[in-house]
Design a protein around this ligand. Structure first.
Ligand code: SF4
Length: 510
């Protein structure tokens, strides 16, 4: 399917495309802004006027029209831009609801952090109930989803925020035994393993150089997370070396997580090594307990392998284990998903992360669906909403509480990913990373460092209050590492230099 958009706000083109994709899935959208075009049902036409102190966003498509009136914002330019974008998107959303009769669970929200909007209301001085009501009223979020935001915020209350001078660490190991059909990560099959040794050498160098930089700046690690890929896919000695280097370079973390991930990569030798490094939290990820599905999605292990790996880890003393599940995997019905939930609840891990399948363009599954559907991969898989609701109901009843949430593009049914944890078992790294309350130093191919600054430092005194009100007091800068493993190995010093520019911004100004 191909759609066209013509807007008076062309700088918001990609955000407007995101709104179209809430309703039409992964469609191609042509930008016709500023052009004479032939009208048609595929054209979404936007005109912005200012009437007195009101922005009027008028949208038309075919015989349908919608009009959104929003008070003009007079704040900081960043705030004005944010409110303008919100108004343009809301107008298009109104039109699409009118055309399709569909109301997505997260309403007009297309961002990955809906909790932000709840916190925005709280920072405006609203009560919990009023902040929930505002999210429903302004963004058409379903009452159920808005209540979930409040539940998550309640869970996050009292969980340690990073102190001044603290940061979190991410280390990426971009290798897996096989590539899952839905995978869009910067991860490849380990194959003959020829890239592992040079990768580990490069990563060790990045760790050492960044460690020196962090010491020079006087910062301290709070939580470390080794992800991927599948960190346990590489030989035990290599992962041991990475952890040794990391804990030498960044001592004193209060939490270490290693995504053991694929059960077929977990054995007693690796678990012993992880224990020796004081790794307290690991993931053993079934995704599903259906062996048919596991074959279908290209994972080379069975449900029984997951149980074996999990029980081995338990016997060896791991008492903080996470399990990842995915709802709406190809061919799975709510009944199959329910059986997976049965097994997980029986195994009783400390945390469970429930994902909605997201079929990104770089995945094999996207390619397959794209061909099968004649070029249109739908965003919604049947049953996804039922499975996500079932997980929430059953996990909550079993004592797990939702503690972080994020959304991705192209998710099944426009739903969400939610991390559930037993009391006291929420992962600090996950909260800091998802809520962007912690700077994250990220090492390895494809890892993206995010550094938080106090925006007030660069803002005139008179505007500080407006920014604080709008939850914009933090400025976040990013430094991505290259995704390609060979490029990363060749350019590791350049990756370190990118991070230095964030950690020592004063040097860049000289
Ligand atoms: S285990 Fe994760 S990173 Fe590895 S192929 Fe599967 S989805 Fe991708």
């Amino acid at each position: 399917m191909k759609l066209r958009i013509r807007t008076d706000c062309p700088s918001f083109y990609s955000d407007l495309c995101d709104v179209l994709r809430l309703f039409y899935g992964d469609v191609t959208v042509e930008d016709c802004s500023g052009q004479e075009v032939v009208p048609g049902d595929d054209l979404f036409d936007h005109a912005l006027t200012v009437e007195g102190d009101v922005w009027v966003d008028r949208w038309r498509s075919g015989g349908h029209a919608a009009e959104r009136r929003t008070p003009v914002c007079h704040g900081h330019p960043l705030e004005v831009k944010r409110m303008r974008k919100r108004a343009a998107k809301a107008g298009l959303y109104d039109l699409l609801v009118e055309i399709t009769g569909v109301r997505p669970p997260w309403g007009s929200l297309t961002g990955i952090r809906p909790t932000r909007l709840y916190y925005e209301g709280v920072e405006m001085g609203l009560s919990r109930d009023a902040a929930v009501a505002r999210v429903i009223r302004e963004f058409d979020v379903s009452p159920d989803r808005a209540a979930l935001l409040a539940e998550i915020a309640a869970m996050q209350e009292g969980i340690l925020r990073p102190a001044d001078g603290e940061f979190d660490l991410y280390i990426g190991i971009p290798f897996c035994t096989t590539r899952c059909s839905y995978c869009s990560f910067a991860s490849g099959e380990i194959g003959d393993g020829r890239l592992v040794a040079p990768y580990v050498d490069a990563l060790a160098r990045e760790i050492q150089l960044c460690g020196a930089m962090i010491r020079e700046r006087g910062l301290k690690l709070r939580a470390g997370y080794v992800g991927g890929g599948t960190p346990t896919a590489i030989p035990c000695a290599d992962l041991d070396r990475i952890l040794t280097e990391a804990q030498r370079a960044f001592p004193g973390a209060v939490e270490w997580t290693v995504e053991a991930g694929r059960p077929d990569t977990i054995d007693a030798e690796k678990l012993t090594m992880l224990r020796a490094h004081g790794v307290g939290r690991i993931s053993v990820n079934p995704q599903t307990f259906s062996d048919e599905t596991l074959v279908r999605i290209g994972r080379r292990h069975s449900g029984a392998d997951t149980v074996r790996a999990y029980e081995l880890a338990r016997r060896m003393g791991f008492d903080d284990i996470n399990m990842d599940l995915i709802a709406a995997l190809p061919g799975e019905t709510p009944e199959v998903f329910s059986c997976t939930l049965d097994r997980v609840i029986e195994l009783d891990p400390q945390s469970v992360t429930v994902h909605s399948l997201a079929i990104k363009r770089s995945s094999r599954l996207h390619e397959k669906l794209h061909v099968e559907s004649g070029g249109h991969a739908p965003a919604a898989q049947s049953g996804a909403a039922e499975m996500i609701a079932m997980a929430r109901r059953r996990l909550t009843a079993g004592g797990w509480k939702p503690y972080y949430l994020y959304r991705q593009k192209y998710m099944a049914g426009n739903l969400e990913n939610v991390g559930y944890a037993k009391p006291g078992r929420a992962c600090l790294y996950n909260i800091g990373n998802m809520e962007e309350t912690a700077s994250v130093l990220a090492l390895g191919a494809g890892a993206i460092t995010k550094w938080l600054y106090d925006r007030e430092a660069n803002v005139p005194e008179a505007e500080v209050e407006a920014l604080r009100f709008a939850n914009l007091q933090l400025r976040i800068e990013r430094a991505p590492n290259v995704r390609n493993v060979e490029q990363y190995i060749a350019r590791v010093d350049e990756m370190v230099a990118r991070k230095r520019a964030l950690i020592f911004p004063e040097e860049a100004k000289r």
